[in-house]
Design a protein around this ligand. Structure first.
Ligand SMILES: NC(=O)c1ccc[n+]([C@@H]2O[C@H](COP(=O)([O-])OP(=O)(O)OC[C@H]3O[C@@H](n4cnc5c(N)ncnc54)[C@H](OP(=O)(O)O)[C@@H]3O)[C@@H](O)[C@H]2O)c1
Length: 323
């Protein structure tokens, strides 16, 4: 099969389109014929091996998994002996273990769910990781109806889902984005928009009940100034470009400890990939409450360009690789 492979950590130039063997599957695993793969900042992190701390999980000297990409949408091609929830021919989406920038990928059954009937494979691949992260951030922050919620990075991959999901939960949304995305962020449901190229988030002294920080590049002191005394900040964005060792993830890790010393609550969000959340998203998508926003779709051979575009840091919604 054809796949985008890297043998060493580095920039997108290290990626090659190669013929490799199809992944094999174990008892609890599923072989997916990939139709589309989502591109997210995690791909850049695994490709570069930066921040260095990530190498403890993905390979100290060289990548343990040669094929990049985790978010996947496709058709089940084979199932292991103990797979009960999925069958050959099912259209699925979720997260895979063996790399989704490839014609076939191996996934664990609990990380896949049936694809929403009203989505294309491109849209489903765009949803897999980013929407689950947005949903879990909202739950971790305990968003309730009537609350005022500020979302940074509202026009990006996670943020564009978070805006729509907070509306489903009954919150009012102020989206923070750059000038070119104001219309997009309004169109997906934001009640108000702050253009961060002109104003800071504390522009008029407003205080929010919840801040969902996907941009990850504003100082904690600024986020706290814009938060109500008993409000919650969900720290999602890791600031992946800064810090050689931890890349900004220390803020998420330290959040519970810092929370002990103040009335405001900080929670570091770590997305957990579970089919139950995909199924909840499926019903919201099929009812029309949530729709993925896709910025660009690249063919498999142009995956390095897709990752370069994402790394520039300003996608409007999601970037997808079509296989
Ligand atoms: N914790 C977890 O489990 C988890 C899971 C998934 C992703 N993440 C992290 O979450 C972050 C966001 O992921 P993503 O997929 O949404 O990335 P993305 O698609 O690149 O979106 C990031 C957005 O941030 C915006 N932005 C940049 N500077 C900003 C600022 N000062 N104020 C407001 N918005 C700003 C950018 O748009 P503009 O053009 O408007 O600047 C862009 O739309 C990444 O750091 C990623 O690693 C964490």
């Amino acid at each position: 099969m054809k796949a985008i492979v890297h043998d060493v950590y580095g920039p997108a130039d290290v990626l090659e389109l190669r013929d490799i063997d199809k992944p094999s599957i174990g008892d609890d695993e599923v072989l997916v014929e990939v139709r589309a793969a989502g591109v997210d900042p995690g791909v850049w992190i695994f490709m570069t091996g930066r921040p260095m701390a990530v190498r403890l999980a993905v390979g100290l000297r060289r990548p343990k998994v040669a094929v990049l990409g985790r978010a996947v949408a496709g058709v089940v091609a084979a199932v292991g002996a103990s797979v009960t929830r999925l069958h050959v021919g099912d259209e699925v989406y979720g997260t895979c273990e063996s790399g989704s920038f490839a014609e076939y990928a191996m996934a664990r059954q609990h990380r896949l769910a049936p694809k929403p009937a009203n989505l294309t494979f491109d849209q489903a691949a765009a949803t897999a990781i980013s929407a689950v992260t947005a949903l879990q951030s909202i739950r971790d922050a305990r968003v309730q109806a009537g609350q005022r919620v500020l979302i940074t990075g509202a026009g990006g991959g996670v943020g564009s889902f978070a805006v729509q999901l907070v509306k489903v939960y009954g919150g009012s949304v102020t989206g923070v984005c750059s000038t070119s995305k104001i219309e997009l962020v309004r169109s997906i449901g934001a009640d108000d928009v702050i253009d961060y190229t002109r104003y800071e988030i504390d522009r008029d002294g407003a205080q929010y009940d919840v801040i969902i920080d996907t941009a990850g590049n504003r100082p904690l002191s600024l986020l706290r100034r814009a938060l109500a005394p008993r409000g919650t900040i969900a720290l999602v964005g890791g600031g992946h470009a800064e810090g050689r060792i931890m890349g900004g993830f220390q803020r998420q890790m330290a959040a519970p400890l810092i929370s002990l010393f103040m009335t405001q609550r900080l929670c570091g969000v770590t997305a957990r990939e579970r089919h139950e959340d995909l199924e909840e998203l499926t019903s919201l998508i099929e009812s029309g409450s949530v729709t993925p926003v896709i910025d660009r779709v690249y063919p498999l051979a142009d995956t390095p360009d897709a990752i370069r575009y994402l790394a520039e840091g300003h996608p409007a919604g999601k970037v997808v690789v079509r296989v």
